[in-house]
Ligand binder design. Structure first.
Ligand SMILES: O=C(O)c1ccccc1N[C@@H]1O[C@H](COP(=O)(O)O)[C@@H](O)[C@H]1O
Length: 235
C-alpha cells in the first residue's frame, strides 16, 4: 500500500495548491481558535472549492461540540474528521454515527503507557494518528513541531490505518518511516516558515522526501535482486 501523506494547517490558496500539485493525499484544515492555523467557515468554503474532490479534506477539531462540528461539516464538507482533543471512545463513536463521516482519532504519545488506549479507540475510529504528547503548559494539543520516541510504535500490529505526526519535516521523515513503518505521515510545523505560515518549498520537499523514503523501503534489497537473477538467468 502506498504511503498516505497529509499536509495539515492549510490556510492559503498558494499552500493548498502546492500540496495538491506535489501529490498530497490529504489536506488538513484546523478549526481551533487558539491555533495560528485556525480558519473560519468562509475561508473553509473557498479553500474546499479549490480541492475539487482530488484528495481527502480533513477537518481538525479539538473537543468540538455537535453545533461546531455541524458548522464545519456544512462549510468544508470534509471527507475525514480529525479529533485531536480528549474525546472519549464513546464520543468518537457518537460523532462518527451522527455525522456519517470517517473519523481519525489523534492520540498523544510520550511513553509506553500512552499506547494502552489504542485498542479501545481502534474499535470506534476509522484511523488513528499518533502525535507527541504536548507539555502541560501548551496552549494547543498539537501542531507544536515536537517529535516523540518513534520506537514506541514498532510492531503495533494495528488492524486499522494510522498516521505518524509530531515534528516531522523533510529531513527526518525518512528516518521516522524507517523506524515505524507507518502507513501514513502528517505534517504541519515542519512545512512552515513560522507558526501558521506555510512555506511552499518545504511542502514540496516534504512530500518528495516522504515518497522517496517510502519507495526505498518498499523496494527489495539489492542482494535479493541479484540472487533472483542468478537463479533465473536470461537466455
Ligand atoms: O496545527 C495546529 O495548530 C493544531 C492545533 C490543535 C491540535 C492539533 C494541531 N495540529 C496537528 O498536530 C499534529 C502535529 O503537528 P506538527 O507537524 O508537529 O506541527 C498534526 O497532526 C497537526 O495536524
Amino acid at each position: 500500500m502506498a504511503l498516505t501523506v497529509k499536509i495539515c494547517g492549510l490556510s492559503t490558496p498558494e499552500a493548498l495548491d502546492a500540496s495538491l500539485e506535489s501529490g498530497a493525499d490529504m489536506v488538513g484544515f484546523v478549526f481551533f481558535p487558539p491555533s495560528p492555523r485556525h480558519i473560519g467557515p468562509q475561508l473553509a468554503r473557498s479553500l474546499a472549492a479549490r480541492v475539487k474532490g482530488r484528495v481527502a479534506k480533513v477537518a481538525l477539531t479539538v473537543n468540538a461540540t455537535n453545533e461546531t462540528l455541524a458548522m464545519i461539516v456544512e462549510a468544508l464538507k470534509p471527507d475525514i474528521l480529525q479529533l485531536h482533543g480528549k474525546e472519549t471512545p464513546e464520543r468518537v463513536a457518537v460523532i462518527r454515527s451522527r455525522f456519517g463521516i470517517p473519523v481519525m482519532k489523534a492520540l498523544p504519545i510520550g511513553e509506553r503507557a500512552d499506547l494502552s488506549p489504542i485498542r479501545e479507540y481502534a474499535a470506534v475510529a476509522d484511523r488513528l494518528l499518533f502525535d507527541a504528547r504536548p507539555p502541560e503548559t501548551a496552549t494547543r494539543p498539537g501542531g507544536l513541531g515536537q517529535t516523540f520516541d518513534w520506537t514506541l510504535l514498532k510492531g503495533l500490529g494495528l488492524k486499522i490505518p494510522y498516521m505518524l505526526s509530531g515534528g516531522l519535516d523533510a529531513e527526518n521523515v525518512a528516518e521516522a518511516l524507517r523506524v515505524t513503518r507507518a502507513p501514513g505521515v502528517d505534517v504541519s510545523s515542519g512545512v512552515e516558515r513560522s507558526p501558521g505560515i506555510k512555506d511552499v518549498g518545504k511542502i514540496r520537499a516534504f512530500i518528495r522526501a516522504a515518497r522517496a523514503a517510502d519507495a526505498a523501503l518498499s523496494s527489495p534489497p539489492l542482494e535479493l535482486g541479484a540472487a533472483q537473477a542468478a537463479r533465473s538467468p536470461s537466455k
